[in-house]
Design a binder for this molecule. Structure first.
Ligand code: FMN
Length: 424
């Protein structure tokens, strides 16, 4: 039985005793406060890229509303003096069913980006899904957390060779599953980014996995990007080109003169998404790797069934945190629908809307095998770097543990649908 090194009661004691010395937790405990503090810290463009959703952001509201609709019904006097949060996922023993979702362009939140996050994962032994759009190459991220579980999140490019290269690099650097994101074959209508006329990729942010890739670099030479429109230079354009050059590896001046970042960005934009992707294409992954394959972005039970029929190893119910479609079903509701059609033994991962350890309890009760934290850890990173992420993970774990104990669950498999009530 795996018991946390830092149990909930120890964390509570540490915080309260710290108060005697005038210490306070390094990040606010409530998501609403965390969000407001990071909003003050970051530029408007950066905050809105992290925080924004598609359209009028109704899906973000549905994600939260679904959590509010389901309420925990605790049971008393079950003698829970110890709780075991451990689970098994794809044959790996985990101390806790929480993991960190793939979030691209984390350098917008903090200059240390993914490296700070992976260091927090190493410290707390928390699984991480490394994003295709990470701010550091996957090898550098994985290298910091050699013993913690990591998966690679794949955006399926128009170039199958590039897909193969990413998958092979992921396996080589110790990733234990490939998580293919299906919901982002195009960028959603992200109102706030459109209002700012701001896309971080155009400043060479979040491209590390591409510009460090031998296939991508070869494609740039063999199939140079189609020259785009040539806007008339003005001061703002030169500033943007300079910023782009400063994000790219090597000397900023050389990059500025050679325009190679511009070519890399153009090539990236040309191939990083594949709107033509179809179910049959996924078979290629089986030829490329023996690693488990997880489909991220499933919301419809028919798609969940299809994933099972195709022999996928896991499903991740997610609506990308409301960033893709406005007015979509709350992800927690989709989880319940998908669980009904997926065999019990099939891992069902979940994200979109988790804002506390108690939320994770609800997702587990509706059938999630493991639960992904998204924006909250990016905000914790923005406020307090790696320490902020470690603190957030400890807080979520502690609240999940206490919610279990106080509801009468000694282990994760005792959390079930019967623990929840909904009026609808
Ligand atoms: C700023 C940002 C960047 C993201 N980048 C990726 C990504 O690169 N790949 C991916 O599969 N999902 C990405 N996601 C979606 C997350 O993995 C996750 O599904 C989502 O954040 C969950 O919603 P929540 O943050 O509201 O809980 C991103 C989300 C945000 C907020």
């Amino acid at each position: 039985m795996a018991i946390f090194k830092k149990k909930a009661v120890d964390l509570q004691r540490e915080i309260f005793l710290g108060g005697l010395r005038g210490d306070r937790p390094v990040i606010p405990l409530r998501f609403s406060d965390l969000r407001l503090e990071v909003k003050d810290r970051l530029s408007g463009q950066a905050f809105d890229y992290l925080d924004g959703g598609a359209g009028a952001e109704a899906t973000n509201e549905s994600n939260r509303a679904a959590f509010q609709r389901w309420q925990i019904v605790p049971q008393m006097l079950k003698g829970i003096s110890r709780t075991d949060l451990s689970i098994q996922l794809f044959g790996h023993d985990l101390e806790c069913p929480l993991f960190l979702c793939p979030i691209g362009v984390l350098e917008l939140a903090h200059p240390e980006g993914d490296l700070a996050v992976s260091s927090a994962c190493a410290q707390t032994n928390t699984p991480l899904m490394i994003s295709s759009q990470a701010s550091n190459p996957m090898e550098a991220i994985a290298g910091i957390m050699p013993n913690a579980l990591k998966f690679f999140q794949l955006y399926w490019s128009k170039s199958e060779e590039l897909v193969a290269s990413f998958v092979s690099r992921a396996g080589d650097c110790g990733c234990r599953a490939i998580v293919v994101t299906l919901d982002t074959t195009l960028l959603g209508w992200r109102t706030r980014d459109l209002e700012h006329a701001y896309l971080p990729f155009l400043y060479a942010m979040g491209l590390s996995n591409y510009i460090s890739d031998p296939v991508f670099n070869r494609l740039m030479i063999e199939h140079p990007p189609q020259p785009g429109p040539q806007p008339r230079p003005n001061l703002q354009l030169l500033r943007s080109l300079w910023k782009m050059a400063s994000q790219y590896p090597g000397s900023t001046w050389q990059n500025f003169k050679s325009r190679s970042p511009l070519r890399a960005i153009q090539k990236f934009i040309e191939i990083y998404m594949n709107p033509g992707l179809q179910w049959e294409d996924l078979r290629l992954l089986r030829e490329l790797t023996d690693l488990p394959v997880v489909l991220k972005g499933i919301q419809h039970p028919d798609d969940a069934r299809r994933a099972v029929d195709m022999g996928m190893d896991g499903i991740m119910v997610s609506n990308h945190g409301g960033r893709q479609i406005d007015g979509a079903i709350g992800s927690l509701d989709a989880l319940r629908l998908c669980r009904e059609v997926v065999p019990d033994q099939m891992p069902l991962l979940f994200d979109s809307g988790i804002r506390s350890g108690a939320d994770a309890f609800k997702a587990l009760a509706l059938g999630a095998t493991a639960v992904g934290i998204g924006r909250p850890y990016a905000y914790a990173l923005g406020l307090a770097g790696s320490n902020g992420v470690t603190t957030l993970i400890d807080q979520y774990r502690a609240e999940l543990e206490l919610t279990m104990a106080l509801s009468g669950c000694a282990s994760i498999d005792e959390i079930n649908r019967e623990m929840l009530y909904t009026a609808n």
